[in-house]
Structures are given as structure tokens and as C-alpha cells.
Design a protein. Structure first.
Length: 258
């Protein structure tokens, strides 16, 4: 069943008026008509990037009317989907070239990521500043919301504006007890997730490097704040592959995958 997100401001007497791109998608792409059912996730703020990270209340609904500008839905019963992982996961992803970031965001949302924090490191090729950075973040947030709809999540993961490595280092240095920090590194040896599986973390942060990898100084900084420098095996993975692989393994070990 299709799921969309709306703001509580769009509700009046148990009816929801869907406008904009969501209405177009329901009407012109999915060819929805009166009588069709869908799931509606309701947030307390605007149904856009500002609602990212907020818990969503989900309701079963039925389409009451469709016209060229809007789709009107009648709310029915609340639905307990329980689609969120018990493990909070934070993906710190070095900004990657081309559409790789789009893929990383989409797949990590499907795998249950809580928040995504893009960052720039020494060997990051992409350079975003000012307005361009904000525009890219807005695009990534829309991708996250679309992925959340597709897999019927009850949370829209927040995608942050890109930060520099020093800011990332400070953030992670202040993490709470029970918050596991992982950095996959191609030169790491003899310590992988298999050696950590007996841990019981409450939260996990994953730091994934750019196409050029991490410099030794960046690795030492993560070590200095008790980060686990891990290997992913004998094959060097692309940045987009590494992000998805580690997210899946973490959710398998300590979350709800598998």
C-alpha cells in the first residue's frame, strides 16, 4: 500500500487534502482514484524537510475525491507498522561524486538509518559551498523522504548540511556511553565486525570515507576518541558499497534486519 507524509495542518474533520507533488504522483503516476486506500503519515510540522527526524503517526485512509489540483483523503484507523529499528544508526558519509550520494541516501534509509551527516575530508573530491551546499542538502532530503515513503517507515531520516571533518570529530568525541563508533579503513587488519558482535550498543555511528579514502591523520583522530577502525575484508569496496554493506551488517548484528 502506498504511503505519503502530510502535515497535521492539512487535516480538517478527519479529512486530509494532499496537494503539490504528492497529489500529482497519486493522480498522474499511480492513477489513484476515489475508493483506493493508502497509508498517510502525519507529522506535527510542515510535511517537508523541516519534519525530518520527527516520529510519524500513520493512518489507513481512503481517497474521497480527486481533481486537477488536489487529492482529498478520509482518515480511517491508526496503524501500528513498527517499521523502525530499535538501534539508532548515524551515517557519516564523505560527500561522493555524481549520483553516488543519491544511492547511498536511498539505500541507507531503506536499511533503517536514523540520520545522515555528509562531510568533507582531506581526499573528498566534491566541493560544495554556500547556496550550492544547501541546494544539494535539500535534494538529498527529498530522496530520503521518498525512500521513507517507499519502505513505509515511521520516521523521515534527517539529512544534514555537509560539515568538515573537524566538526565531525568534535561531534563524535562528545557521544554518550553505549554509542559505538565504526570507521571502515582499507588498511585495517584482523579486526572486523565479527570481533565486535558480542557488544550491545544502544547507538552506532558509521564513518565512511570518500573515493580517495582516509588520510592517516583522520584515522588517528577517530582512534583517539575510541573509534573502532575495522576491516571489511580483503576486497576494497567503493564508498557507496561500503556504506550500504556496513549499514546492513550493523542492522543484522544489533538491529532488526534478518
Amino acid at each position: 500500500m502506498v504511503k505519503i507524509f502530510v502535515s497535521s495542518r492539512q487535516i480538517e474533520q478527519d479529512q486530509v487534502t494532499v496537494t503539490g507533488s504528492d497529489a500529482h504522483h497519486l493522480r498522474s503516476v499511480l492513477r489513484k482514484k476515489p475508493g483506493d486506500e493508502l497509508l498517510i503519515g502525519i507529522t506535527d510540522g510542515p510535511a517537508n524537510r523541516q519534519s525530518a527526524g520527527a516520529k510519524v503517526r500513520t493512518y489507513k485512509s481512503v481517497i474521497a475525491a480527486v481533481d486537477s489540483h488536489q487529492v482529498v483523503c478520509q482518515l480511517l484507523d491508526p496503524v501500528e507498522i513498527q517499521s523502525e529499528s530499535p538501534l539508532a544508526t548515524y551515517l557519516y558519509q564523505a560527500v561522493a561524486k555524481g549520483d553516488k550520494m543519491d544511492l547511498i541516501i536511498q539505500k541507507s534509509v531503506e536499511l533503517g538509518v536514523t540520520e545522515i551527516i555528509p562531510f568533507f575530508s582531506r581526499y573528498t573530491v566534491v566541493n560544495l559551498t554556500g547556496e550550492k551546499s544547501r541546494q544539494r542538502q535539500e535534494r538529498w532530503q527529498k530522496i530520503a523522504e521518498a525512500a521513507a515513503k517507499q519502505c513505509r517507515r515511521d520516521l523521515i531520516p534527517r539529512v544534514h548540511l555537509p560539515v568538515n571533518f573537524d566538526y565531525l570529530f568534535t561531534m563524535l568525541g562528545n557521544r554518550a556511553p553505549g554509542h559505538l563508533l565504526l570507521m571502515p579503513y582499507e588498511q585495517a587488519q584482523n579486526r572486523g565486525l565479527a570481533q565486535l558482535q558480542d557488544l550491545q550498543p544502544e547507538q552506532v555511528s558509521i564513518v565512511i570515507g570518500p573515493e580517495g579514502g582516509f588520510c592517516p591523520e583522520e584515522v588517528e583522530k577517530i582512534k583517539s576518541i575510541k573509534g573502532e577502525i575495522i576491516t571489511l575484508g580483503n576486497r576494497i569496496l567503493r564508498t557507496e558499497t561500503a556504506a550500504v554493506a556496513v549499514m546492513a551488517l550493523v542492522q543484522f548484528l544489533w538491529g532488526d534486519l534478518g
